[in-house]
Ligand binder design. Structure first.
Ligand code: FAD
Length: 564
């Protein structure tokens, strides 16, 4: 990927056939599909790639067991369609980015024989619907077998569990891999640049966008033949920017997650809590060395603040603790995140939890804007395939096949499960760092480690206890368009989803490295570190978690690496 400055210069000189607005999973997948079909494409993202919903998922590649139940009970064809499509896409998602995905076993503990029978039949149907896309068959595990997998389960009345398989992935890094693959195919992408208005031709159709670069406050105009609105929960804002009279369609729903030390519930498999008090399911999933618990479902306005609240924490712990031998308390929580599901409503839709996760493609006849709304991470590729068919039609191009079905994403080329061993042999790094690099960057890890020849201190960790090294920060800035401390710690390195307090410690080092790379002034760097620290404090406050107020600010005041 080019640097932001290079990309800005590059955009100024080019005419595009397609401009995609929104660099989450949907927009990035659309950009990739389009570019691979030979359509010169620009991707514009208001914040960071994956900075919104697409890094706030439960990180499960699934058809959705809950949707199966709804499809059967409600004889709902739409739910059935979403489910089958997702089950088939599951396999493609796993195969196209082997470094960022893995197969995962889910256990549903059972305390009544009727539940066992109900689940067993349901999951056999799940297996059957997946057909050749089946990962492995579901099965019943006895009480002892269940406890071997999950020794921390509440044993009282436990009969056993029903186990089935789905996939798991690193959502932020998957999103970045889509963008990297897109730019490697010749596409142009820019983050921290939002579309603020449209330019129209004589016929009223959109012929360009006016965008604002948030880092310089400059605005620029880009022309293109077609425009895709892939702004997720904010889709209505772009639809109404194009045609102010269109009715709103989005019904965003907030979902929160918390992260706990894996020691509170040691497991390599995921726990599915089959019934919450509001008729949903809750997951507790081992992810990146933590136990990821989620999620909630609460309808919100598109501009609502998306943070984990004290009530969200209480809700999740209340349900989780019923299944644990040793209850978890709020002070066990090490991090959390929340996002908004981009759900599309209909006239008669009630609760957001009942809205189908199907996607909708809309072509606005007045402006020509193509909006892709709704869907799930698991179906992002298929949604993009359908959207680019519509784009080709809009551009008057012949319809061609999508090339993304079997297209290996950046970092996945030549990747094997033991790739980390190769890194250990070639570089003086710990197994932990090698595994971390392999899981986040795949075969691009070697490019990161090559940077340490330039400066041996790049080999040092960014946090005393962590596995991430300083070279990752340099790589993220130079080759992944990271422009803020949060871009690095949240989405490039993943530390913000691992430990909020580690992030506090790491922020001054990350800030110092970025200062050198991006020629920030000392005052700007200190503000960046302080601003990030205040944000983490706010996250802790919102979740009702105690912390040493001002500890971040004291960290920020420490000498910068470059001072000494
Ligand atoms: C709590 C939760 C759990 C989930 N779990 C799963 C799961 O386990 N598995 C699964 O398959 N799916 C899951 N999903 C669904 C999945 O995460 C979403 O469907 C998907 O991430 C939506 O991607 P998107 O690109 O449409 O939206 P977003 O990721 O929100 O991307 C839209 C982008 O548009 C940008 N944008 C907005 N306005 C502008 C503008 N004016 N100019 C430029 N850019 C703009 C935004 O900054 C944003 O980055 C979950 C969702 C939530 C909320």
């Amino acid at each position: 990927m080019k640097s932001r400055t290079e990309e800005l210069d590059n955009i100024a000189d080019q005419e595009f056939q397609l401009c995609v607005i929104g660099g989450g999973a949907t927009g990035s997948a659309c950009a990739l599909d389009s570019q691979l079909r030979g359509i010169p494409t620009l991707l514009l993202e208001a914040g960071d790639f994956a900075g919104a919903t697409s890094s706030a998922a439960t990180k499960i590649i699934h058809g959705g067991v809950r949707y199966l139940e709804e499809a059967i009970k409600g004889a709902d064809l739409q739910e059935y369609h979403v489910l089958v499509r997702a089950l088939h896409e599951r396999v493609r998602m796993l195969e196209n980015a082997p470094h960022l995905t893995r197969r995962l076993e889910f256990l549903v503990p059972s305390y009544h024989w009727l539940d066992v029978a109900y689940l067993d039949i349901g999951l056999k149907i799940y297996d059957w619907l997946a057909g050749p896309g089946r990962i492995s068959p579901s099965k019943f595990l006895s009480r002892d077998e269940t406890l071997e997998h999950m020794p921390g389960l509440n044993v009282e009345g436990l009969l056993g569990s029903v186990a089935y398989a789905d996939g798991q992935f690193d959502d932020a890094r998957y999103n970045l891999a889509l963008v990297q693959t897109f730019t490697a195919a010749g596409g142009s992408a820019l983050n921290h640049a939002s579309v603020t208005d449209f330019v129209r031709g004589a016929n009223g159709k959109i012929s360009g966008v006016i965008a604002k670069d948030h880092l310089t406050e400059n605005t620029f105009t880009v022309t293109a033949g077609a425009f895709v609105n892939a702004t997720g929960p904010l889709s209505d804002s772009i639809r109404q920017l194009a045609t102010p009279t269109v009715h709103k369609r989005m019904r965003p729903s907030k979902g929160s997650h918390i992260l706990l030390p894996l020691e509170v519930f040691p497991t390599e498999d995921a726990l599915l809590i089959p019934k919450t008090e509001d008729g949903r399911v809750l997951f507790a999933v081992p992810w990146g060395g933590r136990l990821l618990v989620g999620t909630t479902d609460e309808e919100v306005s598109p501009d609502a603040e998306l943070v984990v609240t004290k009530q969200d924490v209480e809700y999740m712990l209340r349900h989780l603790n019923q299944y644990l031998a040793r209850p978890v308390i709020p002070s066990d929580i090490v991090a959390g995140f929340a996002g908004a599901r981009p759900l599309v409503g209909s006239e008669d839709s009630g609760d957001t939890k009942k809205l189908a996760r199907d996607d909708v493609i809309e072509v606005d006849p007045a402006s020509g804007l193509i909006s892709i709304m709704g869907g799930k991470w698991t179906t992002h590729r298929a949604m993009a395939e359908d959207t680019i068919h519509v784009v080709q039609k809009a551009l008057g191009l012949p319809q061609t096949e999508s090339l993304t079905r079997n297209h290996i994403l950046h970092g996945g080329e030549g990747f094997t499960d033991d790739y980390w061993k190769k890194l250990c042999r070639a570089y003086p790094i710990s197994e932990g760092t090698a595994r971390h690099l392999a899981a986040k960057f795949g075969t691009a890890s070697e490019r990161i480690l090559e940077l340490t020849a330039e400066d041996p201190t790049f080999m040092q960790p960014i946090h005393a206890e962590g596995r991430a090294i300083r070279a990752e920060v340099v790589y993220a800035v130079r080759y992944e368009m990271a422009a803020t401390i949060e871009d690095v710690l949240a989405r490039r390195v993943g530390m913000q989803f691992y430990s909020w307090t580690d992030c506090i410690d790491a922020a001054p080092i990350v800030g110092s490295l970025m200062m050198k790379e991006l020629q920030w002034s000392t005052a700007f760097t200190r503000d960046a570190i302080t601003g990030y620290a205040e944000k983490i404090e706010h996250l802790l406050d919102s979740a009702g978690l105690s912390h040493k107020r001002g500890a971040f600010l004291r960290e920020a005041a420490k000498p910068l690496l470059t001072d000494g």
